[in-house]
Design a protein. Sequence first.
Length: 425
Amino acid sequence: MKNIGKLLVKEVALVVACAMIGVMALAATYFVRQRDMYDNVKESTIMLHNKGLGAYIWETIRSTELDIYTDGLMLNIAYTETKDGMRDILLGTRVKVGDINPMESLYQVVALGNSDYWVKNYARYWHGHQILLRPLLCFFTYADILQINMAIQLALVFALVSIMIRSGYRAFIIPFWAMYIFLTPVSLFSSLQYSPCFYMMMFTVLALLVLEKSWGREKRNYLFVLSGCLTAYFDLLTYPLVTLGVPLIVHIACEHECMASLKKSMKDIFYYTMSWGIGYIGMWSAKWIIASVLTDENVIQGAIDQIKHRTGHFNEEYTWLSTLKLNLGACNTKAMLVVFACLGVYMAIAGIAHCRKTRVKVLPGTAAILFVATYPFLWYYFTLNHSSAHSYFTWRELAISVFGIFMCVAVNVRGTGQNTADVTS
């Protein structure tokens, strides 16, 4: 208990440090002059206006729906400045024209020169995207930034696959590929809103694989705290649980002790989930406290009101089953049929190639992986309103379930990877 108490104190201290650094990073971003962003923001707003809300990359395929609304909101907040710099930094100020959405409001003000606007706050989020968007908008348009986004994401995917091969975890490639296809990469490239959680997930998994032998339990706790903090800082509540669920599954699958003992794996799941939760909830709460103390806005009360509203448990408008149905209906089911077919072919080839060497052995840790795979369903229960109203992006939480199911196969089939084979011995 004494060690747990010390760890808790250190984790809270890490959250406090992240919050302080987060505020300073936002403050530093406002040294970027608004006029230096003007031309690129103007061209970007015209592009978003032409695309329009509800745009798809591939018509009729719901998983390729773009979030033009939120991308416009992000640009709006990044560009908007008032005479009160503290409010800009801490309250997420944005321009609003009449009753139209943030994207169209920015278009009206910047592209059409409409001066009949007012400034509105969006204070409950950190809006950490500003520390990247404001400098980038000095040199690039929205379209350019999306191309940079695509290049970085692909580089991370190639890096992760390379590390899996070099580390002897070839068996993990198929589960990762299945999850990646499920997330619909073309949408991740083409919408800034969908990108932060993908980046946090990838960086956490990369850290686990690269540093797995040199990191003890305590350092992994810090990694999950940091993952939670960065998710709260950059994400606008899209599919944040993937930054916890996917790394958890990778950790369990990599650890011989976890795969050999259900008790050990469930213990790790509990501690790392708590660490991530401390980072995520702590960082988010720190924003409300800091903003409430340093401005005249009661951000804490506003956030609490939104939590009550978004959980959906204070009215009968949504049920867990209706929420689940909406998210399953929005996900990339057709692509998954292809993935499962390819998995079947892969397993058949592996069986033929290894003959008697390939066999299935169900390990105790498999149950732990399946438990983590249920995280999205728990998330939908606690966020009924939000996950129903925004199912066009919250469906991506189900990537945890897809990854978990495929990993259960990968870690229990001998001959499909060097380290997996060692674990199953």
